[in-house]
Design a protein around this ligand. Sequence first.
Ligand SMILES: Cc1cc2nc3c(=O)[nH]c(=O)nc-3n(C[C@H](O)[C@H](O)[C@H](O)COP(=O)(O)O)c2cc1C
Length: 312
Amino acid sequence: MVDMSVTIGGLTLANPVMPASGTFGEGLAGVVDYNSLGAMVTKTITAELRSGNPVPRVSELSNGMLNSIGIPSKGIDHFIAEALPFYRQYGSPLVVSISAPTVEDFASVAKQLNQPGIAAIEANISCPNIEEDGRAFAMTADSTARVVEALRAATALPLWVKLTPNTGDVSAVARAAENAGADALVVANTILAMSIDIETLRPTLGNIMGGMSGQAVKPIIVRMTYQCAQAARIPIIGCGGIASADDAVEYMLAGASAVQVGTASFVKPHALTDVMVGLEAYCRRKGFDRVTDLIGAISDGQMRVDEMDVAL
Ligand SMILES: Cc1cc2nc3c(=O)[nH]c(=O)nc-3n(C[C@H](O)[C@H](O)[C@H](O)COP(=O)(O)O)c2cc1C
């Protein structure tokens, strides 16, 4: 028997596998046993009703996808009245993803989520679609510190902070979030990207630019997971291109304590189950008694990183 449990900032999960925000909702319940998940993570909710970005909102790539969904939301009151009772049926901890355009609004949404049935808050300070130029709080250490401090003061719930891969210095942002009171880091949201249809000469997304996800982003986000694990002491939840147990193992070896599966669920609705089952099988095969033995177990002793060399 492998002990699959992990603890993320005071919250113990039965296993380290959960969905990524925006790729999971009520609809997957017919395919995935929600009680088996390490956690359930909601689509990002905002204070008010939001309609989202112009269509087309998604476009396919050879090994990933672009989206510019833009956080359509029915608002927090609707979430509490309609969605929360649905999730309360299940035993897995519920993580509610939130976003807002200002520090004050962010804190106010967090405050309103002090509700039975909510286990943690995931602050999406990284969505590249809703701010001018795709800029978000998580682009800089200073604005990360400001918003995380306000969130920390607003809620006693475990606070997970979701970073953006679009920043130039993810280690500094990770440290800023930790110092401001985050309990865990989610690494990461989508990578700002763009594609053009050469027949119509038009961008494939209505919003012109959007976020890239799926298999192609995995090596970039594994690298950022590794960097964040070196920079911060709080647990990291790896997210980007995970479609199989092997991908999840790679993230955990790089330093993640848990993983989120996003785009893969669109291609393979049972991807979450495959990752959970395969991760346990990997631990058994390799003789790991606890899944936590994988965290940061990369064999990189004596090796050094020269980022200048890497860049050349
Ligand atoms: C269609 C779609 C919608 C998304 N919506 C959200 C969202 O509401 N909030 C958020 O934090 N991330 C959102 N994301 C980003 C994912 O949670 C995840 O960080 C990203 O897709 C990388 O993981 P993946 O490669 O496994 O998909 C969305 C991604 C996709 C593809």
